[in-house]
Design a protein. Structure first.
Length: 465
């Protein structure tokens, strides 16, 4: 077991280069299955989800290498179209393999989606769209099979806007016979990035970034080199960090045009936002106003922003609200924040946030990437020491987590149990002889469980590794 130990020290101040987009990179990696030659994807974040997806791609027979944020794929040796259920549970985007492999292999088996624990992620729109192109589905307890002797273009009408299904149907339609038109398509930058990538390989896709996307099927695709867009969710989160910790954060490499609704809301709350060349900076202005946030699909205020935004609104004068229309159950972070002294009341799909509450350190658990980021930011402005469990969720989305926060001045370290039973000695589950390590990315120092409990009573006395 491992956890983060965080102490409130000083406001976050500094400059970050924004990592490549996690969501776009994952889609691009799977999309490379369609190519007839080598594919090079640049600006790929070095995070656990990328490695898992690369392993899934390798399991099909593709040759995959990843070095220095560049991922290279040779898909010409793909010979397997079965993604095992236990592997599919590792990431939610395994369903992209249906769209990427079905035209060539005529049958694809995939386990049901995994990923973050933020409520149901239905795949009904994926199935509806693929059926419109001629796929037939058989469902089993832990996986499903899609078959099609030949995919044929058609009109696809989504009942709801869905980024994942829009990308999946684009992939399938690229090698389908004839023309496909996707109505009520998602407009997310990640959809546009995938369309640009496919067009570089020889696809014929128009309208990406609008609600109507047209794809004319082609016989085959070539390889290409493509730089992934920057991660807009991490960009918005670190801009919020300036207000949460009362400091300033500058970002280089951010796609500012992808952040319109987020930046507008941050200014409404009271942050000063400045743009100079390729740099965007958020400053704490001394004013934090209450606000009402309603999430929606791009270009509206994104669901992935609402968890750190909840922490930002804890500093606001008055009562704020966050209404979640995309993932109505995405409020696990609110209970954890209340453990830290927040006053958040949940009713249906809305969180009501009473501001100007002093947070205190506590033991809390992250259940997904965004809740983990929110809890880190809350801990950085809480009195005392916080421990955040569920570190693996944060590592799924943030590259070089410790180095990133250290560069802004955060007092944060990873503590890891070295015992066999995986229990946390500080909570009474381990014997006094079990060893623990504290790390910030360098060397390691070790402590017995009894010694660890003593150190944890004295914040700051842990050796920084």
């Amino acid at each position: 077991m491992k956890w983060l130990e965080i102490n409130h020290d000083a406001p976050l101040n500094g400059t970050l280069k924004v990592q490549g987009s996690k969501n776009s990179s994952l889609a691009l990696i799977v999309s490379s299955c369609l190519a007839g030659g080598n594919v090079v994807i640049e600006n790929v974040p070095d995070i656990s989800d990328i490695h898992v997806t690369g392993d899934l791609l390798s399991s099909t027979g593709a040759e995959v290498s990843f070095f220095n944020n560049t991922l290279t794929v040779d898909p010409t040796q793909i010979c397997n179209s079965i993604i095992k259920p236990e592997d599919s549970q590792s990431v939610r985007i395994a369903y992209y393999f249906i769209g990427a492999l079905l035209a060539k292999h005529k049958s694809v088996a995939v386990g049901y989606p995994g990923g973050d624990k933020i409520g149901p992620r239905p795949i009904d729109q994926h199935i509806k769209g693929l059926r419109a192109l001629g796929a037939e589905f058989t469902f089993y307890n832990d996986y499903y099979v899609a078959k099609a002797d030949r995919l044929v273009g058609n009109d696809v009408y989504f009942d709801v806007i869905t980024c994942g299904a829009t990308i999946n149907i684009m992939l399938a339609a690229t090698l389908a016979k004839g023309r496909t038109v996707i109505h009520n398509a998602a407009r997310d930058p990640e959809v546009v990035d995938v369309a640009v990538f496919l067009n570089k390989m020889g696809a014929y896709i128009t309208g990406a970034g609008t609600e109507t996307i047209k794809i004319r099927g082609v016989e085959g695709l070539s390889g290409c080199t493509h730089p992934c867009i920057s991660d807009r969710i991490m960009s918005g989160t670190f801009l919020m960090a300036a207000g949460i910790t009362k400091g300033y954060v500058s970002l280089t490499g951010a796609e500012v045009n992808h952040l319109g609704a987020c930046i507008d809301k941050l200014r409404e709350v009271g942050l000063d936002i400045e743009r100079s060349g390729d740099k965007i900076t958020a400053y704490y202005s001394g004013i934090q106003r209450a606000s009402n946030i309603i999430t929606g699909m791009y270009p509206m205020f994104g669901s992935d922003f609402q968890q750190p935004a909840t922490v930002l609104l804890l500093n606001a004068n008055g009562r704020s609200s966050v209404t979640e229309l995309v993932y109505p159950h995405r409020f696990s972070h609110c209970n954890e924040l209340n453990l830290m002294g927040a006053d958040i009341r949940l009713r249906h799909n809305t969180a009501y946030i009473n501001g100007v509450r002093e947070l205190r350190g506590a033991d809390v658990t992250a259940t997904d990437i965004r809740s983990g980021m929110a809890l880190i930011l809350a801990a950085l402005c809480a009195k005392g020491t916080s421990r955040i469990f569920g570190v693996e969720h944060i590592e799924r989305g943030l590259e070089n987590m410790l180095a990133t926060f250290h560069s802004l001045g955060a007092d944060i370290r990873v503590v890891e149990s070295l015992g066999d039973d995986g229990e946390d000695g500080a909570s009474g589950g381990a014997g006094d002889g079990e060893r623990y390590a504290a790390s910030n990315g360098g060397q390691s120092d070790y402590y017995t469980a009894a010694g660890l409990r003593g150190y944890m009573r004295k914040p700051g006395s842990f050796a920084v590794l």
